[in-house]
Write a protein that binds this ligand. Structure first.
Ligand code: SAM
Length: 329
C-alpha cells in the first residue's frame, strides 16, 4: 500500500483513530442517550448500517497506510458486538498498528475480559461516572454498578492497564471525588474527570455542566499534589498511589495537539467530533480500496484549526449529540 502523509494544514500528525464499532449501547447515560426517555428510543435504527468485520479491518488498514498507529474501539458500547474479540485480533495483526485499545462502560467486561486479553488488547478505558449505586442509576438508567465493578476487578486481575473516565457533572460531590481518589490509590490506576460537553439540546447541560476547575481546585487544596503532568489530552496529578486526571474540551481545548481521526459505525470518517461533514470511506472502499489512503489524506488536509464547540449553534449541538453513538465519544 502506498504510504501518504498524515499531517494536516496546521502541522498536526494524525496517528490515532477512534473507531466506533456499533451505535448500540446497553446503558442510557443522561448526557449521551439519543433521547431523554430511553424507552421511546426502543426499536430505532441506531444499529443499522454497521460495518462488518472485513469492512472495518479494511478501513483500519487504509488508516494504517497514512500513518495511524493506534486504534481505540468505541461506540455505542463496543462489547455488545459479538465479534469484538476478532476485531481486536484483526487490528493487532496489521503490522503498522502498534496499539489497540478499547473504551467500554464495563457492563459486559467480566465475561469478555479474558477473551480480549487473549486477542491482544493493549489497554482499556472504562467509563464509570459514580461509585454510588443510586447516583450511578440516576446517570445511566441502570442498576449495573456492581457488575461494572466486578468487570474492573476481573480486568485488573488479568493485568490490564486501566483508566477510569468519569464525567464530572455538577452534582458530583467532593465526598465522591474523595471516593474516586481512594479508588485510584487502592487499585493503583488512573481516574480521569471529564468535563461535560454540553450538547444536550433538551437543556440538561444548563444545570448539569460545571467547569472541571472546580474539582481540580478542590484536589489542589486538599492533597497539594504539585504540578500536573501532561498525558495526551489529560492533565494528571499523582495522589497517593493513584493518578487523578482532568480532561476538558470546553474550558481547556486541546485542538492544537489533536491528532485524532474518528470512524463512525456506519463507515464515515470525521476529523473531529464536531466535524460538520465526514468522508464516506465505506462507499469509497466498496468502490475499490486502492485510492482510499490518498482520499483520506486529502480530506485530512481540510481539518479546521479548532472544534468551535464554544460558538456552536443549537442545531450544531443537536447534530453532535444525535451522532455521538455513531461517531463514538
Ligand atoms: N459505551 C462506551 C463507554 O461508555 O465508555 C464507549 C462510548 S461512550 C460515548 C465514550 C465516552 O464518551 C464515555 O466516557 C462517555 O462518558 C463520554 N461522553 C458521552 N457523552 C458525553 C458528553 N456529553 N460529555 C462528555 N463526555 C461524554
Amino acid at each position: 500500500m502506498k504510504s501518504v502523509k498524515n499531517i494536516d494544514s496546521f502541522g498536526r500528525a494524525h496517528t490515532y483513530a477512534r473507531v466506533s464499532v456499533t451505535a448500540k449501547c446497553n446503558l442510557s447515560c443522561r448526557y449521551c442517550a439519543p433521547c431523554a426517555q430511553p424507552s421511546a428510543c426502543a426499536g430505532t435504527k441506531a444499529g443499522f448500517g454497521e460495518l462488518a468485520l472485513p469492512e472495518l479491518l479494511g478501513v483500519i488498514r487504509a488508516l494504517a497506510g497514512i500513518g495511524v498507529e493506534k486504534i481505540r474501539f468505541t461506540g455505542g458500547e463496543p462489547l455488545v458486538r459479538p465479534d469484538i474479540e476478532r476485531l481486536v485480533a484483526g487490528a493487532k495483526a496489521i503490522p503498522a498498528i502498534k496499539r489497540v485499545c478499547l473504551t467500554t462502560n464495563g457492563v459486559l467486561l467480566e465475561s469478555k475480559a479474558a477473551a480480549l486479553k487473549e486477542a491482544g488488547l493493549d489497554a482499556l478505558n472504562i467509563s464509570l461516572d459514580s461509585l454510588d449505586p443510586v447516583r450511578f442509576k440516576k446517570i445511566t438508567g441502570s442498576d449495573s454498578l456492581a457488575v461494572v465493578r466486578a468487570g474492573i476487578d476481573r480486568a485488573l486481575g488479568l493485568g490490564f492497564k486501566l483508566k477510569i473516565n468519569a464525567v464530572a457533572l455538577a452534582d458530583l460531590s467532593f465526598e465522591e471525588v474523595d471516593g474516586f481518589v481512594e479508588f485510584a490509590a487502592k487499585n493503583q490506576l488512573t481516574v480521569r474527570f471529564i468535563e461535560l460537553m454540553p450538547f444536550c439540546e433538551d437543556g440538561f447541560a444548563k444545570t448539569a455542566f460545571a467547569p472541571i476547575r472546580r474539582i481540580e481546585n478542590y484536589l489542589a487544596r486538599k492533597y497539594a499534589p504539585g504540578n500536573p503532568e501532561a498525558d495526551g489530552v489529560a492533565r494528571n496529578y499523582k495522589i497517593n498511589d493513584g493518578v487523578i486526571g482532568f480532561i476538558s474540551a470546553l474550558s481547556h481545548p486541546f485542538c492544537g495537539s489533536c491528532g485524532r481521526l474518528r470512524l463512525s459505525s456506519r463507515g464515515v470518517l470525521y476529523r473531529c467530533l464536531f466535524d460538520p461533514a465526514g468522508l464516506d470511506v465505506k462507499t469509497l472502499r466498496d468502490e475499490g480500496a486502492g485510492t482510499l489512503p490518498e482520499q483520506i489524506r486529502t480530506f485530512l488536509a481540510g481539518k479546521k484549526e479548532f472544534h468551535g464547540l464554544s460558538s456552536a449553534s443549537p442545531a450544531d449541538l443537536k447534530r453532535v449529540k444525535n451522532s455521538m453513538r455513531l461517531i463514538g465519544g
